[in-house]
Design a protein around this ligand. Structure first.
Ligand code: SF4
Ligand code: SF4
Ligand SMILES: [Zn+2]
Length: 135
């Protein structure tokens, strides 16, 4: 079981996804290390992500899309819509919290939101319930 104490800013993707609560990161085999860490096991769709590889992102000081003059660009809007609709997670909203309240506050909020009150495991963004203790 991954401890929620492991919540770390290196696992915050430029688009506002918290990779530490991604099912790709949480799975035991072929684990993705997170958007900001290079690895052989990173899924191709994340390696070739148009947001992570965006040339305007490379010019930002923070390394987050909130720092970009084009925010919200079409690709971020599409991803944000998919995450809001399918996973009840607003990526642009996440980015605004990081921008306005800082990384530490965002991580504290995210830890609270993603920690199972029943067993203490991290609940994946991509699942409605805790896979460690729900049937
Ligand atoms: S699969 Fe993509 S979103 Fe998930 S941890 Fe890896 S880089 Fe992050
Ligand atoms: S918001 Fe800016 S930095 Fe982020 S993907 Fe769009 S154009 Fe690139
Ligand atoms: Zn649980």
């Amino acid at each position: 079981m991954l401890s929620p104490d492991s919540f770390d800013s290196i696992l915050l993707a430029p688009c506002g996804i918290y990779c530490g609560a991604c099912s790709g990161y949480l799975r035991p085999k072929n684990k993705c290390p997170g958007c900001r860490i290079d690895s052989e096991t990173k899924p191709t769709y994340c390696k070739s992500c148009r947001i992570a590889n965006c040339e305007l992102l490379a010019k930002t000081e923070s390394g987050f899309c909130y720092d970009c003059e084009k925010l919200p660009c079409q690709r971020l809007k599409q991803l944000d819509k998919r995450y809001r609709t399918k996973y009840n997670t607003g990526l642009i909203r996440n980015l605004m919290i990081i921008k306005e309240k800082g990384l530490d506050t965002f991580l504290k909020l995210e830890r609270k939101k993603r920690t199972c009150v029943n067993c203490g495991s991290i609940i994946s963004i991509h699942h409605d319930n805790c896979t460690a203790c729900s049937p």
